[in-house]
Design a protein around this ligand. Structure first.
Ligand code: FDA
Length: 325
């Protein structure tokens, strides 16, 4: 019940200001966000490497409002890749990006200020072209240091554009990954299309508030769809990335990989920084490739609220922390 309310609050500017300023917020945010700057995240990557873990790095931010902010997002990733190169950490760290932060969420440049179309309707609405132009140099720079980028999945209205950008990037950088969400009805078909040689696909349950017209609403249905889709990915020719903390799905993932005859380096597990950390280490110790999605930066509000919505018990911890400050 609380999850959808928290997700609605994640889009509210008023709540953003209130929560960001509340005393005690930082203590809870720190559980999920690995730092505010590249300097703060580097020791986290080094610590993960010492434990045999890989990382995928997310410079938090989304729903930007100007092209300058989109360019700044691109530059933040380029700075990060520069540091990984200097430190020789390229092999351990890949990047995760949200295209909304690269300009996808901006209005279409063919829409005039009065809202009337000023040219032919674009194939994809919004800042699709701008997002592609901003993400390409990041993917290029990542490839130059031997690593790659995965395109996160945001709300369902953005996905046709995300998949088109993914396909475009894969022409030059076939290792570029993307995320699919088991709560969406469309995902089984997407998985069949994506389970092809060389593709890297992270399967997650999905973290946004989606209507019943496009998405399963109950946990059993979302979990069952997850298993069906994971089967497709495991039996396909791509590289499945199992993004979940759910112990049942992790066990099923191991079994499906075994049944599909996959070796340990032919799939991987992924979990979020700050969630079930002991499980990260346990799976790595068993010989699995385990990648920790490590978010950092100052624009943490949307990311943080989705983590609260996933486990409303986090809200109690948050409330207690605010009240005791
Ligand atoms: P589930 O929610 O059933 O949780 C299983 C168990 O994990 C819980 O019982 C609890 O113990 C623990 N847990 C899960 N979430 C927790 C939390 N926030 N706090 C504390 N404990 C928690 N989504 C999306 O829409 N687009 C994306 O691109 C991504 N990317 C992504 C990358 C990676 C690596 C992961 C692991 C997840 C995502 N997600 C995502 C988020 C995903 O859609 C989903 O919301 C969360 O992973 C929670 O679902 P679980 O599969 O963990 O199961």
């Amino acid at each position: 019940m609380l999850g959808p309310v928290i997700l609605a609050a994640s889009r509210s500017d008023k709540m953003r200001r209130f929560i960001s300023a509340a005393p005690g917020t930082k203590q809870v945010v720190d559980r999920f966000i690995a730092g505010e700057s590249v300097d703060q995240v580097v020791p986290v990557i080094q610590d993960a490497a010492a434990k045999g873990l890989e990382v995928t790095l997310d410079v938090v931010g989304e729903d930007i409002t100007t092209p300058e902010q989109a360019a700044a997002a691109r530059d933040a990733y380029l700075e990060l890749i520069g540091r990984l190169k200097e430190l020789g950490l390229g092999a351990r760290a890949e990047m995760s990006v949200k295209l909304s932060m690269f300009g996808q969420s901006l209005p279409s440049p063919t829409t005039a200020l009065n809202g009337e179309p000023s040219g032919p309707a674009p194939e994809f609405p919004g800042g699709h072209e701008l997002a592609l132009a901003n993400v390409r140099p990041v993917v290029e720079a990542a490839a130059a240091i031997g690593t790659t980028v995965t395109l996160d999945a945001e709300d369902h209205t953005t996905l046709d554009s995300m998949f088109a950008i993914h396909e475009e990037l894969r022409k030059d950088f076939p290792q570029t990954g993307c995320v699919i969400q088991s709560y969406l009805f469309r995902t089984e078909a997407d998985a069949r299309r994506l389970a092809a040689a060389g593709s890297r696909v992270r399967l997650v349950k999905g973290a946004y508030k989606e209507p019943a017209s496009v998405a399963y609403q109950s946990k059993p249905e979302i979990d069952k769809a997850y298993v069906r889709i994971l089967k497709t990915l495991m039996l396909g020719e791509g590289y499945p990335m199992i993004g979940s903390h759910d112990p049942r799905l992790i066990a099923i993932g191991q079994e499906l990989a075994r049944q599909a005859g996959r070796k340990l380096d032919e799939y991987e597990f992924q979990m979020l920084y700050g969630i079930r950390s002991e499980e990260h280490v346990r799976l790595a110790a068993e010989g699995h490739r385990m990648r920790v999605y490590t978010a950092y930066g100052t624009d943490w509000y949307g990311y943080f609220m989705r983590r609260l919505a996933e486990k409303p018990a986090n809200l109690l911890f948050f409330g207690r922390s605010v009240l005791t400050k």
